[in-house]
Ligand binder design. Structure first.
Ligand code: GDD
Ligand code: MN
Length: 361
């Protein structure tokens, strides 16, 4: 059996066409098409339900309360029953004819995965603006660098079109972080070079209808994934995001303090508490938008959350001084090492306590 997994988010105008194209493909084995929809507001799931009535090879997973491209693909793959699994987009950018080519390739080159590459000899990109193509190509080089030592022979690390052997890849797919970035990139990162991958060139076409879902949060996820891979994934992915937001907070605090001192001619002691509160609040807002967006707080809960966040992070300000002094007196007389020690302990506290208390995660 071959399983085709298609993630969808607001693709009502594309979904029938792509499914119909897939149903008429002539495979020698059985076929199942798994649509993983994230409760699209345009009625994509209902459209799929109608199609299921006509053809039982179609299946729908409608997710409520879980979201994200990578996690949708992961869920679809875990529910698949085929020996081989195909992952592709719903918007027509991946032509169904590549499935047959990829199946041939996986058989002849005896690899575990075959991907459709947008950046190899024979590939073409029609469906990206010049700017997005440049951005994509730069992101691709960074992705290769972040996986140093693994898979440096590939040309497209963020492809959305892949065919793989389910049994071989399953143990790695289970480990993919649900908050992760692109499914294929995550699979490469968690498998650490253990999978054999080959590529076929593809023409990446224009979208049939609707818009790309690439936004600021996807770009953020990309940077988090890069850093996460660079540090060899030794800490949880969300902790990386939390730390990056924390370092933005450092700049917010410095800026606020020097701004208030410069413009209003105030003393350092007067503006320090303001700077600290502004920085902590901005950390809360960015974490709520990005790091914890799956549990995002809105309305009344937003303000209650902000209050809890300030409370949770005020403890370590006191603790920071205590811990740094302790490091200084007990372990190291080096002021730098003592401060880093203090910051580390405070970071762990802040991350753990706000995950639990503020975002209830
Ligand atoms: N379930 C679910 N949840 N599906 C999603 C989500 C989500 O949060 N976000 C996007 N999708 C679906 C879309 O409906 C579409 O079928 C497919 O995933 C690709 O999304 P697009 O929004 O069309 O992505 P793109 O064309 O900008 O990005 C392409 O290039 C990337 C690499 O730069 C795609 O081919 C990606 O798969 C690829 O990784
Ligand atoms: Mn697309």
């Amino acid at each position: 059996m071959i399983s085709i997994v298609i993630p969808t988010f607001n693709e009502i105008r594309n979904i029938s066409e792509i499914i119909n194209q897939l149903l008429i493909l002539d495979f020698s084995s059985d076929l199942e098409i798994i649509i993983v929809d994230d409760n699209s507001s345009d009625g994509t799931a209902d459209k799929v339900r109608q199609l299921v009535h006509n053809d039982k090879r179609i299946r729908l997973i409608n997710r409520v309360g879980r979201s994200g491209l990578s996690s949708a693909i992961k869920e679809g793959c875990l529910c698949a029953s085929g020996e081989l699994v195909v992952v592709m987009d719903a918007d027509g950018q991946h032509d169904p004819s590549y499935i047959r080519k990829a199946l041939k390739c996986i058989e002849s080159s005896k690899v575990d995965i075959v991907i459709g590459s947008r950046f190899t000899i024979g590939s073409r990109i029609r469906g990206l603006s010049k700017n997005r193509e440049r951005g994509s190509s730069l992101a691709n080089s960074l992705a290769r660098l972040s996986l140093y030592g693994y898979y440096n022979y590939l040309s497209d690390y963020m492809s959305g079109f892949l065919v793989f052997n389910r049994k071989v890849c399953l143990e790695f797919i289970e480990k993919i972080d649900v908050n992760g970035f692109k499914f294929f990139y995550e699979l490469l990162a968690v498998s650490k070079g253990k999978l054999k991958v080959d590529e076929i060139p593809i023409l990446f076409k224009e979208r049939l209808h609707g818009f790309s879902k690439l936004d600021l949060s996807v770009v953020w996820d990309f940077f988090i994934s890069l850093i996460h891979s660079f540090i060899r994934r030794i800490i949880p992915r969300r902790a990386v995001s939390f730390a990056l937001v924390g370092s933005i907070g450092v700049f917010v605090q410095l800026f606020t303090i020097y701004f208030l001192m410069g413009v209003f001619n105030l003393a350092f002691e007067q503006v320090l508490p303001v700077g600290v509160i502004v920085a902590a609040s901005s950390n809360f807002i960015i974490n709520n938008l990005l790091t914890f967006r799956i549990n995002r707080l809105e309305g009344k809960s937003f303000f209650f959350g902000l209050f809890k966040f300030l409370l949770v992070s005020s403890l370590p300000i006191i603790a920071n001084i205590g811990v740094t002094n302790l490091f200084y007196s007990q372990l190291s007389v080096n002021t730098f090492i003592s401060q880093i020690g203090g910051i580390l302990v405070v970071f762990i506290w802040n991350y753990a306590a706000s995950s639990k208390v503020v975002w209830n995660n």
